[in-house]
Design a protein around this ligand. Structure first.
Ligand code: NDP
Length: 505
């Protein structure tokens, strides 16, 4: 029997079958089993990576045009079966049907962009060779790494891993994907639909199981591992990858802040703050968890947020505003953050500790929350938000940046929007909206500090899954060649004169 990796999870292992234990994925709305999946051990993971290595060579050989055709077919197939995929996302995460569909739509946009732009971004291009090397033609090309391992979270089980899978495939790599133990069926669906358009080789394979399966993937001799999940797990993943010097891309959690300046459209800011904090039950890495609002507009802003948030209802029905807390163990964290804030003097204007009713958590809006409390410092990952008043936007920036995380953020302002955005110590900022950057495929996605490093999406996201290869080609013999044992002292003298002329003034 395999063991569930997370305390409090409803994931269970059942009898061995074909030498592999199986575990159930569970609908968090009802507790009902969705399906059983194998717990792949280190041997099966190694087999998957070995098969992917052969597949990678074939896939790279298709070239940009061949790969684009296949990726476009996959995109169309996903769109054609969107209801089916979204149904599975809803079943394994509990999120309402509309949100599941939106997730797939956003993922498809990225797949389209990656396939369409891979050749432009990665193909060999000439670069200047410089005065001293002017007899050389220089070029750089971004070549596939080989086999990419992708470890994904459960909160956006299609959109988030697609940032690595879609861009890694478009760059010419094979991918072995380990979905979260909470959403294995979604991972299998992605690989199965891909295999329908690429039946020849296992270019995208899925291995399922718990943390040990992910750890085995880290140690399997990959060419790169793209991890999305919590900061604590990222550290374990990096340690495992260090054993084989496997490079890593790390997308972790956040504690994103939204700043409301004195001249902001307050109603729009409130609407966006509530959506940013509470959509997907707050289980969004770039969800808004903290708001800093300038005194002049604070009363109006809090009134609007209270009005909107108090109308929202979580539930298991398709029309609910948001669904349950997908990972049971998270419920205690949400409860402790809310209770800690209230015990230390924060005022709950919507909900409170009593809003935590597993598997659902109702909206919680907390005012005047101590800056050193867990609700401000740690990722809550629930439908909660803190609102603190500030003197001006400069104070807001100082407090927003006083976090060990640095993933995304938002600014609502008329005159200083972009200036304030630039001063946020994060990888991404939306001005006068929330999370817009995640759905713009040409923008890089990723953070700093405890939010990780490396980028998915955009040109940076394509290059992340490649090795730049620099090539020079000698066009003619240089009249001044210091890199030969037959050089003379006059060669060095002339070189020094040239260098003084070019670089010494
Ligand atoms: P976890 O860190 O718990 O798990 C992430 C993945 O790592 C899962 O597939 C998990 O498998 C796997 N894993 C667990 N232990 C190991 C190990 N020792 N070695 C290798 N892999 C392992 O994160 P969650 O799934 O709970 O996801 C939520 C977190 O993800 C939040 O912090 C959220 O902010 C962050 N996130 C970040 C995003 C970003 O792009 N920056 C986007 C979305 C989420 P298993 O589930 O089987 O334990």
């Amino acid at each position: 029997m395999a063991q569930a990796a997370r305390e409090g999870d409803t994931v269970e292992a059942v009898a061995d079958d074909d030498g592999l234990a199986r575990f159930a994925s569970v609908d968090p709305r009802t507790g009902e089993t969705v399906a059983h999946h194998p717990v792949h051990d280190a041997e099966r993971v190694a087999d998957a990576v070995a098969a992917a290595r052969t597949a990678a060579a074939w896939w790279a050989g298709l070239g940009f045009t061949g790969r684009k055709e296949r990726l476009d077919s996959w995109r169309k197939l996903i769109v054609g079966r969107l209801e089916e995929g979204a149904g599975l996302v809803s079943a394994e995460t509990g999120k309402p049907a509309a949100d599941a569909k939106m997730e797939l739509v956003a993922a498809v946009g990225h797949l389209h962009w990656a396939a369409r732009n891979a050749e432009r971004v990665l193909r060999r291009r000439k670069v200047p060779s410089g005065l001293l090397m002017s007899n050389q033609a220089a070029s750089v090309e971004y070549l596939p790494l080989g086999v990419i391992g992708v470890i994904g979270p459960w909160n956006y089980p299609v959109f988030t891993p697609m940032g690595s899978i879609g861009y890694g495939l478009a760059a010419g790599n094979a991918v072995v994907f380990k979905p979260s133990e909470l959403t294995p069926g979604v991972g299998v669906w992605l690989a199965d639909t891909f295999a329908e358009v690429v039946p020849e080789h296992p270019v995208l394979t899925v291995v399922t199981g718990f943390g040990e399966t992910g750890a085995a993937l880290c140690r399997s001799g990959l060419d790169k591992l793209a991890f999305t999940g919590s900061t604590a797990t990222a550290k374990r993943v990096m340690a495992a990858c260090a054993e084989t010097l496997t490079p890593v891309l790390v997308e972790c959690g956040g504690k994103d802040a939204l700043i409301v300046d004195y001249d902001a459209d307050v109603r729009a800011a409130a609407d966006a703050a509530v959506w940013g904090a509470m959509s997907n039950a707050g289980q969004t890495c770039v969800g808004i968890e903290r708001v800093y609002v300038v005194d002049d507009v604070a009363d109006e802003f809090v009134g609007e947020v209270t009005r909107i948030a108090s109308r929202l209802k979580p539930g298991g029905e398709p029309s609910a505003d948001f669904g349950p807390i997908t990972m049971p163990a998270q419920v205690d964290i949400i409860r402790s953050h809310v209770s800690d804030a209230v015990d230390r003097g924060a005022r709950a204007v919507v909900g409170g500790p009593e809003s935590v009713r597993p598997p659902f958590v109702e909206p919680v809006v907390l005012l005047d929350v101590p800056e050193d409390s867990s609700a401000i410092m740690e990722e809550t990952f629930g439908p909660t938000v803190t609102i603190n008043r500030v003197r001006d936007a400069d104070e807001a920036i100082r407090l927003a940046n006083a976090s060990r995380y640095g993933l995304g953020g938002a600014v609502f302002a008329k005159s200083r929007g972009e200036e304030l955005a630039r001063r946020m110590h994060t990888g991404m900022v939306s001005v006068n909206s929330v999370n817009a950057f995640a759905s713009v495929p040409s923008l890089p996605f990723g953070g700093v500090g405890d939010s990780g490093f490396g980028r998915i999406h955009g040109e940076d996201g394509l290059r992340e899954f490649t090795r730049p290869q620099a090539v020079t080609r000698k066009r003619f013999a240089s009249p001044l060649n210091p890199m030969t044992f037959s050089r003379t002292s006059s060669t060095i003298r002339r070189l020094m004169s040239l260098v003084r002329l070019k670089y010494g003034r």
